[in-house]
Design a protein around this ligand. Structure first.
Ligand code: BTN
Length: 239
């Protein structure tokens, strides 16, 4: 796949830049890369700590498919494989798309979609992978981790290769085609989790539904659908 590189040393956010380029008509597979971000954004309105040295990039896509959360699952698989390729580590995926290593967060994905009716106009997949971070800010020290001895270029190249490998099958098969690999690397499925949205839910993360939603088996026996974007999972203390 041909990628159009858009590199700027310092950006507020590669996702914001990719969205601007999308609105200006940039082609699919435009890859926005920055050395560091001054206003990196995470899911659920959080800020994303993005100092020099990490891999901070956003991929603009214009696939002819209905709007789907499958893109974040696909990106999580590609990001996980990229970390294994460049650093030889076995990381996992915490639903929906946190890259986890040694119980800590190595990277994350922020999907932003422009939808008109039931048509996906464009999608921006933002990926952040921590690399060679010597000191995290206090609020991240217990929960974040970083790859060592690799470079952003190597991670981004490995991500693109891993993404390309899965893209044709994803376009033809959608989420079901991703499932076996996603299940194999999930650190959430089959476990007891606590989910915090506007309410707090606890249960067993049983499987994913057809749209990539998490199906949580509550203690009442009821199966509850949890959608991406408005949850955070924590392992309960006895895990
Ligand atoms: C999360 O886990 O909350 C998602 C983090 C996504 C961070 C990446 S870094 C590159 C891109 N630009 C942003 O502003 N955010 C994403």
């Amino acid at each position: 796949m041909h990628y159009t590189l858009d590199y700027t040393p310092i950006l507020p956010s590669t996702n914001t830049r990719a969205m601007e380029l999308a609105r200006a008509g940039a082609p699919s597979h435009t890859l926005v890369v920055a050395d560091y971000q001054t206003q990196g954004r995470g899911r659920r309105g959080r800020t994303w700590h993005s100092p020099q040295g990490g891999a901070w990039f956003s991929l603009l896509l214009r696939p002819q498919i209905p709007p789907t959360q499958g893109l974040t699952l696909l990106a999580a698989l590609a990001a996980r494989e990229a970390c294994e390729t460049v650093a030889g580590i076995k990381s996992g995926i915490k639903w929906p798309n946190d890259i986890m290593w040694q119980g800590k967060k190595l990277g994350g994905i922020l999907l932003e979609l422009a939808i008109e009716g039931n048509i996906l106009n464009w999608a921006v997949l933002g990926v952040g992978i921590n690399i060679n971070q010597q000191a995290f800010p206090p609020e991240l020290r217990e929960t974040a981790i970083s790859l060592q001895q690799t470079t952003p270029d190597a991670v981004i190249q490995a991500f693109c290769d891993a993404f390309d490998k899965r893209w044709p099958a994803f376009l033809s098969e959608g989420i079901p085609g991703l499932m076996p690999e996603y299940i194999a690397y999930s650190v959430t499925l089959g476990r007891r989790v606590e989910i915090i949205t506007d309410q707090r839910l606890e249960g067993v993360a049983e499987r994913l539904g057809p749209q990539g939603e998490l199906l949580l088996r509550l203690d009442t026996g009821e199966l509850q659908s949890i959608w991406a974007g408005d949850v955070s999972c924590r392992y309960t203390k006895d895990q």
